[in-house]
Design a protein around this ligand. Structure first.
Ligand SMILES: [Zn+2]
Ligand SMILES: [Zn+2]
Length: 222
């Protein structure tokens, strides 16, 4: 209803422009081209990282096209903490092709499932930013709508407030999947850091019948 009031702007800096990011912000993106296929950690030669060799995360593949930082971090922070819900729509054309490629040809039964917030945090924020990111990217990529197949059943401290060593324990058992879950799930999150959240979601999805779980996020943080 208010879309006529919305003037297209750069998702990161807010300068008026038609593209998801203005030229200067687009130029600040760092591609995460050589990364571990199991957790998207930057590695030389895109080989599996040491941690994933020792202790794989439980996902078949994790894709994060850019490194978290610079203007991409600004865009995601505006969306997450500054009520700038329009960022999810503005940025969608930028990463929808990545999501579409992960979904594949559609011949197989699959669902796009965003990592959910706990209902209490969603209530505080007024929206679920990852749901909005997935919803708009699905629309931009002409994909089926995301499916709300996961529930976060434990209210725990935000992963971003904890050191890497405590993140796996913080989200273990935090999610349950609502049946029926298709054989193949494309799991969406905004940023991957240790992969602990994606792994906890994958465990819940596999317990409910998923056989292949692919994680897709916009950015990989170190
Ligand atoms: Zn900009
Ligand atoms: Zn790895």
């Amino acid at each position: 209803m208010l879309s006529w009031l919305f003037r297209p702007q750069c998702a990161a800096c807010g300068v008026l422009c038609e593209a998801p990011l203005c030229e200067a912000c687009r130029a600040s993106l760092v591609e995460n081209a050589a990364a571990c296929p199991r957790c998207a950690l930057p590695t030389e030669g895109a080989v599996t990282c040491r941690r994933c060799v020792r202790e794989p995360l439980g996902l078949d593949l994790v894709i994060a096209p850019w490194r978290f930082g610079a203007q991409l971090a600004s865009a995601l922070k505006r969306l997450k903490f500054a009520n700038a819900t329009h960022v999810a729509r503005t940025i969608a054309p930028l990463w929808a092709p990545v999501l579409a490629a992960a979904v594949g040809d559609g011949a197989r039964d699959s669902a796009i499932v965003p990592v959910p917030l706990h209902w209490r945090r969603r209530l505080q924020r007024g929206y679920d930013h990852t749901w909005l990111l997935a919803l708009h990217a699905c629309a931009a990529g002409k994909l089926a709508r995301p499916a709300p197949l996961l529930r976060r059943v434990r209210h725990a401290p935000a992963q971003s407030t904890l050191p890497a060593s405590q993140r796996a324990a913080n989200v273990r058992g935090a999610f349950v999947a609502c049946k029926p879950v298709p054989e193949r799930v494309v799991l969406v999150d905004d940023v991957v850091t240790t992969g602990a959240t994606l792994a906890a979601c994958a465990t819940a999805l596999r317990a409910a019948g998923a056989r292949e779980v692919i994680g897709v996020s916009i950015a990989r943080a170190d």
